[in-house]
Write a protein that binds this ligand. Structure first.
Ligand SMILES: C[S@@+](CC[C@H](N)C(=O)[O-])C[C@H]1O[C@@H](n2cnc3c(N)ncnc32)[C@H](O)[C@@H]1O
Length: 185
């Protein structure tokens, strides 16, 4: 069961995608891969921020979500947003092409999160960054069951096991944390 939060306006009350992306260092011209992009709560704002000199590629296993993302992207006139129907365990899209691999409230949803993180490593440029935003492992007014969430420590240790160097772990709004990691040279 997935928690996709389809009411964007409501979600924006507790999560600001532009702020999160900006703080993650997303800038014009970047190439960003959004793993488990869903309806594009982050992919659409990212594509707008990145502009025509960069690109966003959203990956998800939910074809309906991707259809809706495509439609939304067309309505917004975005030509730099691409989608790929695939399991994040199975694709790495390209080799050393991405400035940022972003995972938004999804790491705990993957069947094999370690494999997803390892795949993502191949797709990152040598100076690229992994950004993992997720629910704090504590009771919140909504969100997935606490038992299935990864704590900051669990997520950070998984990311390190996959071969990254964790650079920062910070709070992100009232219910989330964000982990930034780079590649070990
Ligand atoms: C909670 S939603 C988050 C969606 C989006 N990142 C957001 O913040 O709105 C989790 C997403 O993970 C996707 N997903 C689950 N397992 C996946 C996998 N193995 N590969 C790719 N996407 C997956 C689901 O289809 C769903 O869209």
């Amino acid at each position: 069961m997935h928690h996709t939060y389809r009411n964007e306006a409501q979600r924006r009350e507790w999560q600001n995608p532009e702020k999160i992306l900006m703080e993650a260092g997303v800038k014009a011209g970047d190439a960003l891969i959004d793993l488990a992009c869903g309806f594009g709560f982050f992919a659409i704002p990212a594509a707008k921020m990145i502009g025509s000199k960069g690109a966003v590629c959203g990956v998800d296993i939910d074809s309906e979500a991707l259809e809706e993302l495509r439609a939304q992207s067309a309505r917004a006139g975005l030509s730099n947003l691409h989608v790929k129907l695939a399991a994040a365990e199975d694709v790495s899209l390209c080799k050393q092409c991405a400035d940022i691999v972003f995972i938004g409230i999804a790491l705990h949803d993957f069947k094999d999160p370690l494999k997803v993180l390892q795949n993502a490593k191949r797709a990152l440029k040598t100076d690229g960054r992994l950004i993992n935003l997720d629910w704090k492992k504590e009771k919140t007014p909504f969100g997935p069951p606490v038992e299935i969430r990864f704590s900051e420590a669990e997520a950070a240790s998984l990311i390190e096991r996959a071969g990254y160097n964790v650079v920062s772990v910070e709070d992100s709004g009232p219910y989330h944390y964000v982990i930034s990691a780079d590649l070990i040279p």
